[in-house]
Design a protein around this ligand. Structure first.
Ligand SMILES: Cc1cc2nc3c(=O)[nH]c(=O)nc-3n(C[C@H](O)[C@H](O)[C@H](O)COP(=O)(O)OP(=O)(O)OC[C@H]3O[C@@H](n4cnc5c(N)ncnc54)[C@H](O)[C@@H]3O)c2cc1C
Length: 530
């Protein structure tokens, strides 16, 4: 589909010719993604300010042009920058890079969509602000806003990134500007420090939806604590249920001292420590056990971090050891001080492998401390026969094959075991490595992330990976395990039935605000063709 001449002329008069891309090759490049699910685009427009963004949205309404906003467009494993439907204009907000306000006293920052983890890190370094960046595994160059709007989560104590969105401003699909009732009543300062506002909570409508383009968000930040200590608890498979129970108990006992806690299986752990893993095809259990033995990797490990003043973290360390020693053969706690000490010691010794492992631990420690890092990104390249580049990593552009399957699993040990068995069987039946992580959001619920990795360089691999995803979605949904977040191939279908009040309500709100379904059609709210 071609954009009308009139629309093109008016958009160019707002953003300039350089900020409006219509050539076919760049458009195709923009929707190359790790799912291997491209779409056709009508163009890409890159405004430089909130005013330009509002003007472009209003032009889209005037000319009935469907558009799709992205902040940095690096929603890797869920579709990247690719819209849900074909023939859509990308609204690339990565050029809106202002940090509008930083309130060190009340621990919040107001950012525009293009501000990345690294931008915030550098901003704080320059001004000696000792707060943690809300880091994720996606690394330094992804936006804070896009991640929050997908309700992504991270590693530091501010794990739930939409929970840390205290306030926002958005342009509604009809062109009007939205801010909360509290702000409208004159309480703009209170608005930034009190998430729930007054009256119906409407800010939440903008996450995992298509009801407005968010122009700025206020994010709560957490101070850099005196002590960050990483801990690892080794588990044999027979102790899995005890391990689940221990995670729950630790979350209950340690509250805010505990950051994200992950329970990971040995295939997921091996992918982090074994450099030969990537060369292999999916291994049978016997070979996996051999690899695990060689690398000193247990069946399962609880991996987490403690945050707080020295005394409290040391006390929490003792609680972890007491809780876990009776069922675990190894509990390791490593603070930055201990890490530096081990590093100094190893410098003068010949143990190459140990040095490499310690370097990995150091990188993991950095990201836990709120310093953005690429440490997790190589996972996306494990099946990529081209390997990964030396410079900036971008799994979409580097031809990686990855679909994240990320269902919610109640923290009830037998239920979690059933889930693990089901996922393992389905993945192995499709010759996909079942790499399982269970992240404890709270003391009640895990979010599990399964990276379905495949090679785009091998014919048939992508189709097989999609079949595996669909089977996982079908069988896990049947068991009650639904994803907390969807990829672009699944977003439109799941919410179709208009007789279900929850779906119907969302569709009614969409119809009221955006009767022609122009903004991000199909994104989490069913798109009926206008
Ligand atoms: C190895 C690896 C590790 C990863 N680790 C994590 C992790 O730890 N946690 C995690 O959450 N994710 C993770 N991801 C997934 C993903 O890369 C991140 O979530 C990333 O932050 C999302 O990309 P983005 O910030 O560029 O968001 P975008 O792609 O810019 O935005 C995501 C979606 O939100 C909507 N949106 C964006 N901006 C706006 C706006 N201003 N207004 C309205 N709607 C908007 C759009 O529909 C867009 O498609 C990982 C991916 C990989 C490959």
């Amino acid at each position: 589909m071609r954009l009308s001449e009139a629309f093109q002329t008016e958009v160019i008069s707002v953003v300039g010719r350089d900020a409006f891309e219509l050539r076919q090759d760049p458009l195709r490049e923009w929707t190359t993604n790790t799912l291997d699910s491209p779409r056709t685009l009508t163009g890409i427009v890159k405004p430089k300010s909130q005013e330009e963004t509002m003007a472009v949205v209003r032009l889209c309404v005037k000319h009935k042009v469907p558009y799709y906003p992205v902040s940095s467009g690096k929603n890797w494993g869920y579709g990247g920058a690719t819209p849900v439907c074909d023939d859509v204009l990308i609204l690339d907000l990565s050029g809106l890079k202002r940090i509008i306000e930083f309130n060190a006293d009340l621990s919040y920052v107001v950012v525009e969509p293009g501000v990345t983890q690294q931008d915030l890190y550098e901003y704080m370094q320059l001004r000696n602000h000792s707060f943690m960046v809300p880091t994720t595994g996606a690394g330094p160059n992804v936006s804070l806003m896009g991640n929050a709007m997908e309700r992504g989560y991270g590693i530091t104590p501010e794990e739930d990134h939409f929970l840390s969105v205290l306030a926002l401003k958005a342009i509604l699909p009809d062109g009007r500007l939205y801010q909360s009732a509290l702000s409208e009543l004159g309480g703009a300062y209170s608005d930034k420090v009190f998430k729930w506002k007054i009256g119906p909570y409407l800010d939440g409508l903008f996450a995992q939806s298509n009801l407005g383009v968010v122009l700025e968000a206020t994010l709560g930040l957490v101070h850099q604590p005196e002590n960050v200590t990483q801990f690892v608890v080794f588990l044999d498979d027979e102790e899995f249920e005890t391990g689940v129970h221990a995670v729950k108990t630790l979350r209950q006992k340690l509250g805010g001292l505990l950051g994200g806690v992950n329970l990971m299986n040995k295939r997921r752990l091996l992918a982090m420590v074994d450099d030969q893993w990537s060369q292999e095809k999916t291994l049978d259990e016997i070979r996996v056990i051999e690899h695990a033995k060689k690398n000193g990797v247990p069946d399962w490990a609880i991996v987490g971090a403690l945050y707080g003043p020295n005394d409290l973290v040391q006390g929490a360390n003792r609680i972890i050891k007491t809780e876990c020693r009776h069922f675990s053969r190894k509990v390791v706690c490593l603070s930055r001080r201990k890490y530096e000490w081990a590093n100094r010691l190893l410098k003068h010794l010949p143990f190459k492998k140990l040095k490499m492992q310690l370097a990995n631990v150091g990188r993991a420690l950095e990201i836990l401390e709120g310093k953005p890092s690429n440490v997790a990104l190589p996972l996306a390249y494990l099946k990529n026969k081209k390997g990964h580049p030396v410079g900036e990593l971008n799994p979409d552009k580097d031809d990686c094959g990855l679909l994240w399957f990320s269902p919610l699993v109640p923290m009830d040990a037998p239920v979690v075991r059933d889930y693990v068995q089901e996922v393992t069987e389905i993945c192995l039946a499709h010759e996909i490595d079942p790499m399982i992580t269970l992240t404890a959001f709270s003391s009640r619920c895990f979010d599990s992330t399964i990276p379905i990795l495949f090679s785009k360089q091998v014919a048939g691999d992508a189709e097989n990976a999609k079949k595996c995803y669909e089977k996982l979605l079908k069988e896990c949904s049947r068991m009650g395990f639904f994803p907390y977040r969807l990829n672009i191939d699944q977003m439109n279908g799941l919410f179709e039935n208009p007789n279900v009040p929850a779906f119907w309500m969302a569709q009614q709100i969409k119809n009221a605000l955006d009767p022609d379904h122009l903004m991000a059609p199909g994104r989490y709210i069913h798109h009926r063709k206008p």
